[in-house]
Ligand binder design. Structure first.
Ligand code: HEM
Length: 252
């Protein structure tokens, strides 16, 4: 994988007119802009950043979308409400603006958040204490590694009653459950200065894809899908054998 990326980076670097509308071209253009940038953005560093972006921004997104399709197919009441909101927006060929994505699709957002709570793509977030520090009565010497488990927090019944029930309404900002919840209970994008830099972009892109998909299709579990689902755990979680669904075109 890293060999392939090195090759792509080298090929793009050799292009005279590489444009500026994608991540790699922006990085390469920046690396040639000043002497200081040339020293900072070495070919190895550009490859590493590209790899990080690919891993951070594609596996997480595909896992979240697959999870959503899988979970919505199991919950007809959620599907019905989701379709109602999406259809109410207007004609299928009109693409919502970024402002409309924020204001006109509250249920899409709740379904996405509940999906990320139910199946958390990034199971562990790590930090290293840069100096001696005390947290919650525990003394952590400089250099200690601390692991946070967002997926475990997301299943804590204190903050998420009936945690094994898929219920997007628990993210309705007017609901008692949501108002009562600790602000750090739901952190699928991590937290603090090193939290996911793609968070806003990810939510916007996920909403757009969900709207586009459900405008045209609904999904049903395929008889070929294994039960119970099996996961593959590493720095990110993924489905061991994917999510197999039947795609049904919506006719009205
Ligand atoms: C559902 C989608 C996504 C999820 C669940 C997710 C989750 C996360 C998490 C948990 C972290 C670690 C945060 C921490 O340590 O506190 C992270 C970091 C990061 N994410 Fe995402 N992410 C998603 C999408 C994206 C996208 C679309 C991009 C890029 C366009 C992206 C780029 C990054 C980068 C570059 C970092 C490292 C940030 C740093 O170390 O300062 N992520 N992400």
């Amino acid at each position: 994988m890293s060999g392939l990326l090195d090759r792509i980076v080298a090929e793009r670097a050799a292009q005279a007119d590489r444009g500026e509308r994608n991540f790699l071209s922006v990085l390469l253009n920046a690396s040639e802009s000043t002497e200081a940038m040339k020293k900072l953005l070495t070919p190895d560093y550009v490859s590493a950043l590209t790899y990080e972006h690919l891993l951070a921004g594609s596996v997480t997104m595909s896992f979240t979308l697959s999870s959503l399709v899988y979970l919505v197919a199991m919950h007809p009441e959620v599907e019905e409400k989701l379709l109602r909101e999406i259809d109410a927006y207007g004609p299928k060929d009109v693409v919502p603006s970024s402002e409309e994505l924020q204001t006109k699709f509250p249920y899409v957002e709740q379904v996405l958040k509940e999906t990320m709570r139910f199946f958390t793509a990034s199971p562990l977030v790590a930090r290293e204490a840069s100096e001696d520090v005390e947290v919650g009565g525990y003394f952590l010497p400089k250099g200690t590694w601390i692991w946070l488990a967002p997926g475990v927090l997301a299943k804590d019944p204190e903050d998420f009653p009936d945690p094994d029930v898929f219920r997007p309404e628990r993210f309705d900002p007017d609901s008692e459950e949501c108002k009562r919840r600790h602000p750090y209970a739901f952190i699928p994008f991590g937290i603090g200065p090193r939290a996911c830099i793609g968070q806003k972009f990810a939510m916007q892109q996920l909403k757009l894809v969900v709207i586009h998909l459900y405008r045209h299709f609904i999904f049903r579990h395929s008889p070929r899908m294994e039960f119970p689902l099996q996961f593959q755990y590493s720095i990110l979680v993924n489905f061991k054998y994917g999510v197999k669904v039947q795609i049904i075109e919506r006719t009205n």
